[in-house]
Design a protein around this ligand. Structure first.
Ligand SMILES: O=C(O)CC[C@@H](O)C(=O)O
Ligand SMILES: [Zn+2]
Length: 537
């Protein structure tokens, strides 16, 4: 009883900060979590595949394990090739193995290539020269941005040449009337955010990895992140792209127009293509105005049903100011406590919610948030909560959600699933997975973007465990297909998930993807072994 009293007291105290008499003026700052890699290095054979010939719920075959992909017959780099690259990129054709090390391995340290050449172009013209040459010589190329991907798409699998966009980091133009930013692909997302904030705008995209990911990589993977609920996907906010095709031709679709119905919208082909159809060199993007008032609350719910009702209530009562509705479960909280020593800001609950509002009037927003929280509390939807009023606390609250991925890297080997489902089903998969595994895993955690119906299901084990993997897959994919969900909501397919594509796409669609690949990259030199399934190679 005392506990319940204390909980509601805390929320009531928090609500007082939201009264119209004390309007809020919070801002959310610095959400980037430095990437701290301490997980043991895993051998390059650590990926596991399953192949299924068509979508399961339409009556396909059961997937069966397959080996790592065979190295396709690309040429090996010769001294003449090196001389060419050194000539066109003086001092920027890197062969030192120590310098290549971090570009050869992914952020999770689960995929490791053995590339011997890293190219660092600065201009579109240089990218064009590189690809023209590689295409003529049949040299495979791995385009790389900030290398923060989670599906092994951003690193070489064998000895593909790494083409980094790191030095293509200039902002080209910014139109302060319409909020359209045009920049090179290698601009770091956080740098773009800072640039825009000085001009009263923000990026429509925000992710935990913003301190290192590149906008070109974000577009190439159609990254979702924390603001999608409010500002929509990159498919809507990217207005134009400049792309270098496999043979070196430059496709200039760098439009800054909101409306353009002159035939096919070709840029869409490259958004989410994971570097398999072309190398994105410049991006123009529509940016929202910087909100004048940003508020963050952290709430606890007893059941996922209550959490969903809280989401429904927030949509109704907060309306257009709702900018994020994220969740994590108590297992995530345990890992945050254990591995990162982050303290739960409220009392222990089975589920936690991070809600962000972004609006233009702090009094109005504070009032709305106050009424919403009052209603959520009196309807017994939330059992505890806290409201941040200072920057440091706001940052701390966001950390509880943003640093779950980092906490997981300290929990052993992690099997990661990024699933899109009808929102009312998203936690059922976690519950069913726990029951299905019956204690064989170290941790089974669920978190993600409630507002987008996107679950991040992660299963850990002390070491890589093929028997555990066999229990997780294909169960997780069959479960997802049975709800007509997607096996990749926002992380892409990369190397790790590509052979599961048939669970979420009909075979005719996959075949058409193969036709498009063959038309744009007939020799298959761009990011081989990624996105497209083995049976299309
Ligand atoms: O690590 C993951 O599974 C999710 C990473 C990211 O998409 C997030 O939403 O935090
Ligand atoms: Zn996510």
């Amino acid at each position: 009883m005392a506990g319940i009293f204390q909980r509601s007291l805390r929320l009531r105290t928090a609500l007082r900060h939201l009264s119209p008499q004390s309007p809020l003026s919070w801002t959310v700052t610095g959400r980037h979590t430095p990437l701290d890699l301490h997980c043991p290095f895993l051998p390059s054979t650590s990926w596991q595949f399953a192949v299924c010939s068509r979508k399961l719920h339409t009556g396909g075959d059961r997937p069966s394990p397959a080996a790592a992909p065979d190295r396709l017959p690309f040429s090996r780099i010769t001294q003449e090739d090196l001389a060419f690259f050194r000539k066109i990129l003086p001092g920027r054709a890197v062969t030192d193995p120590d310098l290549l090390e971090s570009s050869n391995v992914d952020w999770l340290k689960s995929v490791k290539g053995s590339s011997e050449l890293l190219l660092r172009p600065q201009t579109t013209e240089e990218v064009s020269q590189i690809l023209k040459y590689c295409n003529s010589r049949n040299l495979a190329v791995n385009p790389q941005g900030g290398n923060t991907g989670l599906v092994g798409g951003s690193v070489p699998v064998y000895d593909e040449i790494i083409l980094s966009t790191a030095l293509m980091n200039n902002i080209l133009t910014f139109d302060s009337i319409s909020g359209i930013l045009t920049c090179q692909a290698g601009c770091v997302l956080e740098n773009l955010s800072l640039y825009l904030e000085d001009r009263d705008y923000i990026m429509p995209l925000d992710l935990g990895a913003k301190g290192s990911c590149h906008i070109g990589g974000n577009v190439a993977t159609n990254a979702g992140g924390l603001r999608l609920l409010r500002y929509g996907s990159l498919r809507g906010t990217v207005l134009g792209l400049e792309v270098v095709l496999a043979d070196g031709r430059v496709l200039d679709c760098l439009s800054t127009l909101r409306k353009d119905n002159t035939g096919y919208d070709l840029k869409q082909l490259f958004i989410g293509s994971e570097g398999t159809l072309g190398v994105i060199t410049s991006v123009s993007i529509l940016c929202p105005r910087k909100p004048k008032s940003v508020n963050v609350v952290f709430l606890g719910c007893e059941t996922f049903e209550q959490l969903l009702k809280t989401f429904q209530l927030s949509r109704g009562m907060l309306g257009e100011i709702l900018s994020a509705f994220e969740f994590l479960d108590s297992e995530c909280m345990r890992l945050l406590n254990t591995h990162l020593k982050l303290r739960n800001p409220i009392s222990d609950c089975p589920f936690y919610v991070v809600i962000e509002t972004s609006g233009s009037d702090s009094t109005h927003d504070g009032e709305k948030l106050h009424n919403f929280l009052e209603k959520a509390m009196t309807s017994s939807l939330v059992t505890d909560g806290t409201v941040a009023t200072e920057d440091s606390k706001i940052k701390a609250l966001w950390s509880m959600r943003e640093r779950v991925t980092e906490a997981l890297t300290h929990d052993g080997f992690t099997y990661k699933y990024d699933i899109s489902l009808p929102v009312e089903r998203i936690y059922q998969l976690v519950t069913d997975m726990r029951e299905h595994l019956g204690g064989r895993a170290k941790s089974v955690v669920g978190y993600g973007h409630v507002g987008d119906g996107n679950l991040h299901l992660n299963v850990t084990s002390p070491v890589k465990d093929p028997a555990l993997l066999a229990a997780i897959e294909p169960f997780v994919y069959e479960w997802t297909a049975s709800c007509n969900g997607s096996i990749s909501a926002e992380h892409g397919l990369g190397l790790k998930k590509r052979n599961y594509i048939y669970y979420s796409k009909p075979s005719q669609a996959v075949a058409l993807m193969g036709n498009i690949k063959a038309m744009l990259d007939p020799k298959g030199i761009l990011n081989p072994y990624k996105t497209l399934p083995d049976d299309l190679k």
